[in-house]
Design a protein around this ligand. Structure first.
Ligand code: GDP
Ligand code: MG
Length: 596
């Protein structure tokens, strides 16, 4: 295909501003999907995406469109909208020349609108501003057209107005894409270079890799090379998606499509990597390749210990489709055998856990998530700690924790509430700007550990749901952190150890010991529950002893009743965990971990 007739674009938007719906309408307007084939959110293929209404894996679709009798091919690249997947978003953007900046006409600009806009600007994309949902009675298109125009520096009348629901304005938008977004440029006779912006595992076809060709040409049956690793593969099939895969005789400069090599693991075909030819390889890769970096760690344990092998197989399978997921076996006194897993963020954790439970029929418990700490001990040895159990005993010279730069956008009446929340989470204010008379953008620098728990929920509840949040990693900082251990009769219960700021250690200790006192049944002897930093006890509760013989309830006589009781007791014991001399039903640990 002549690059002159190609247009590569993506849609960037805050979550729920209507990206998937608009994409559906464009598929219909261009005739790629007939009304009969249409199902809502055609491109969001994973079930879990449809239910949660989020887009995890990006896809690329080719759509024909005619302007003034000239045929064009538009490639729409759908990007994930959530902060956990920022790296994937940035690669999808790098595959485009233009972006539709989509804003809900009843909501205005939100935090992820800005974050994605900045990413698009870093990639030098042509931005087409679009207000969506103009059919809503609550829409204020004039107000928000002005807000949007101010933001990107255009005139309010240049902001397009569409409805993904009714289809209004969609054809005009397609024309605008052809007119304003530049055609791709590249060197047709140079060695092939294509950037991978997504790869997904398909159980029938193996890994399907989505690429944007920058230079040269890729053809079926050729041998290709992944530039980051040097691994070579046979190119079994290459083609475009419109909206199902259509094999072609190759992809040239500026084209977007898929390739299949028969590899079975997405780690061999990683987002950001450059594909070239084995025989006539490019010298330089396209750049921008990064290894996925898990930022949040948590232990995953099967509630039924006999499910451990199922969990292991399930993780192996998920990994085929998720290059960012890492895990290794972990044993816990309280929870038995499980895995220590690393995730891009909390949403990623939730999605993985939900898929494990749903697709593999597992019941899981996860330990409180923590971030990565850089710890230097007294003798100067540095180590990365992803699990409280790896925290060095004894004196510590320095601990550094990951920081994030965070943007909150909200109506100005909530400024006080937001500042209070951010301060209670050890935030430092970076600045504040008014987007319009009544809406502000606040910038804070916060420890990642302070936002991975319930920051977003707190923010939402303190702003009646009006605030939006975006954040990105922003270096590391030294902090006064300690490990708090929870002890049952002097024995450490590993699953409850936590790394916290010194100021918050006490309240964690009080909360956890209190909870366990409620949940752990009384024993034949008194059981102290303590919270400790090293050897210093910071909180304590007691479970008083009982000395009741269960059988004494049966008043002599009835021997069969006695036997039944004994059997019941035995059964109960199976799910008991021993912590030193203390018998604890596993349910107690699970309840303590799951209640917030
Ligand atoms: P995404 O998160 O940006 O992909 O947003 P979705 O396409 O999933 O849309 C979020 C919600 O807004 C859904 O309930 C849609 O039905 C609704 N929606 C999307 N576009 C429109 C529109 O143009 N008008 C109205 N009234 N609702 C819309
Ligand atoms: Mg969506």
């Amino acid at each position: 295909t002549n690059p002159e007739i190609l247009r590569n674009f993506c849609i960037i938007a805050h979550i729920d501003h209507g990206k998937s719906t608009l994409a559906d309408r464009m598929l219909q307007a261009t005739g790629v999907v007939t009304p009969r084939e249409m199902k809502a959110q055609y491109l969001d293929r994973m079930d879990i995406e449809r239910e949660r209404g989020i887009t995890i894996k990006s896809q690329a679709v080719r759509m024909p469109w005619e302007v003034d009798g000239q045929a064009y091919a538009l490639n729409m690249i759908d990007t994930p909208g959530h902060v956990d997947f920022t790296y994937e978003v940035s690669r999808s953007l790098a595959a485009c020349e233009g972006a539709l900046l989509l804003v809900d006409a009843a909501q205005g600009i939100e935090a992820q609108t800005l974050a994605n806009l900045y990413l698009a600007m870093e990639n030098d994309l042509t931005i087409i501003p679009v207000l969506n949902k103009i059919d809503l009675p609550a829409a204020m298109p004039d107000k928000y057209a002005e807000e949007l125009a101010n933001l990107i520096g255009c005139e309010p009348h240049e902001v397009l107005r569409v409805s993904g629901k009714t289809g209004e304005g969609v054809e005009e938008l397609l024309d605008r894409i052809v007119e304003q977004i530049p055609a791709p440029e590249g060197r047709a006779d140079a060695p092939a270079r294509a950037m991978i912006f997504d790869s997904v595992y398909d159980s029938y076809r193996g890994v399907v890799t989505y690429v944007r060709v920058v230079d040269g040409r890729l053809e079926p049956r050729q041998k290709i090379k992944m530039m980051s690793t040097g691994a070579e593969h046979d190119l079994l099939e290459i083609g475009v998606i419109s909206p199902e895969p259509i094999p072609t005789e190759g992809l040239g400069v500026g084209e977007v499509g898929y390739l299949i090599t028969g590899v079975k693991d997405v780690r061999q075909s990683r987002v950001g990597d450059t594909v070239t030819s084995s025989t006539r390889g490019a010298e330089e890769s396209l750049g921008g390749y990064e290894d996925p970096k898990p930022m949040v760690f948590s232990g995953l344990f099967p509630i039924d210990g006999s499910d451990y092998p199922v969990l292991r197989d399930a993780l192996d399978k998920l990994k085929l489709n998720d290059a960012a997921l890492v895990y290794e076996p972990e044993t816990s006194v309280a929870l038995g055998f499980g895995f220590r897993c690393g995730f891009l963020g909390l949403l990623h954790l939730e999605i993985v856990r939900e898929r494990l439970e749903r697709e593999f029929n597992l019941d899981l418990i996860s330990t409180a998530p923590n971030v990565i700490y850089d710890v230097v001990d007294e003798s100067g040895n540095a180590r990365r700690v992803t699990n409280p159990s790896e925290f060095p005993e004894g004196k510590i010279a320095q601990i550094r924790e990951p920081m994030v730069a965070c943007t909150v956008i909200a109506p100005s009446e909530f400024i006080g509430a937001i500042m209070e929340l951010c301060q209670s989470r050890r935030g430092q204010m970076g600045g504040m700007d008014y987007l319009s008379q009544d809406r502000v953008e606040l910038r804070y620098r916060l420890p990642l550990a302070e936002i991975v728990f319930d920051f977003f929920d707190q923010l939402k509840s303190r702003t009646k749901g009006y605030a939006s949040l975006d954040w990105k990693l922003d270096g590391e900082e030294e902090a006064d952190l300690v490990k708090v251990d929870i002890l049952l009769q002097g024995e450490k219960v590993d699953a409850f150890s936590a790394i916290t700021h010194r100021d918050k250690a006490y309240s964690y200790g009080v909360m956890m010991t209190g909870k366990l006192r409620e949940l752990i049944p009384r024993q034949q002897f008194e059981v102290p529950i303590q919270a400790a930093i090293g050897s210093r006890i910071i909180a304590r509760e007691n479970i008083r002893a009982i000395r009741k013989d269960v059988l004494s309830k049966c008043y002599g006589g009835d021997i069969s009743r006695k036997r039944k009781l004994l059997e019941k007791q035995k059964e109960g014991k199976k799910r008991m965990k021993m912590v030193g001399r203390v018998e604890v039903p596993q349910e107690a640990f699970i309840a303590a971990l799951s209640s917030g």
